[in-house]
Design a protein around this ligand. Structure first.
Ligand SMILES: [Zn+2]
Length: 194
């Protein structure tokens, strides 16, 4: 039942109400099995986990990085090497489908790799070019406690001093200076490729 539910949500969230799975819509379909397995496993570890939530979350993190002036300053961006220039060209993006490539869950840490199949507009040399892209993104989260569905990175509470601050662009509490443990509450991006 859990597996079927997960598969249903993943399918509905990805298909945009279209009954046709032809052409572009079929991109990523081969990853459906892995996606369902991932959601099932995560639901066993965290009852509040849902495929829909994870999909929304990963797309919003991808967009945050793509449209940020300075993505490497974002707390959620923990990529070790510079982001591809081609990502910086994107001025509009629509995610058509997505799928899990692989995942690992070890010592309460989950690492997962997602591919987004997108239709986007690139701005290059004064021209706007429509493109179909494949964006591969890796995410990491500490999963020892259930997902806090009300969590917002822009208004976190410091576990050391109780102060509230915006953790989107600052890794440390602005009052006491202690590092905020973002990965306990939020997925962070460890790699993004196009
Ligand atoms: Zn503090």
């Amino acid at each position: 039942m859990g597996i079927l539910f997960g598969a249903g949500i993943w399918f509905i969230a990805n298909s945009f109400g279209s009954v046709k799975l032809l052409g572009k819509q079929a991109r990523g379909l081969t990853k459906a099995g892995k996606s369902v397995m991932f959601c099932h496993k995560m639901r066993n570890l965290d009852p509040t986990f849902s495929a829909e939530y994870f999909l929304d979350k990963s797309i919003s993190l991808m967009k945050l990085i793509v449209f940020s002036e300075n993505p490497q300053e974002l707390t959620i961006c923990q990529c070790s090497h510079p982001l591809p220039e081609k990502l910086r060209e994107i001025v509009d993006i629509r995610c058509r489908n997505s799928g899990i490539n692989n995942y690992s869950i070890r010592d309460d840490v989950c690492n997962v790799s997602v591919t987004f199949y997108t239709d986007s507009l690139h701005y290059r040399n004064g021209k706007v070019l429509p493109k179909s892209d494949k964006i591969r993104m890796s995410l990491r989260k500490i999963i020892k406690k259930p997902t806090n569905l009300g969590f917002s990175v822009t208004a976190v509470t410091c576990p050391s001093c109780g102060a509230s601050f915006d953790a989107e662009k600052t890794k440390n509490c602005t009052f006491c200076g202690n590092a905020y443990p973002l990965e306990e509450n939020e997925w962070v991006v460890t790699d993004i490729r196009i």
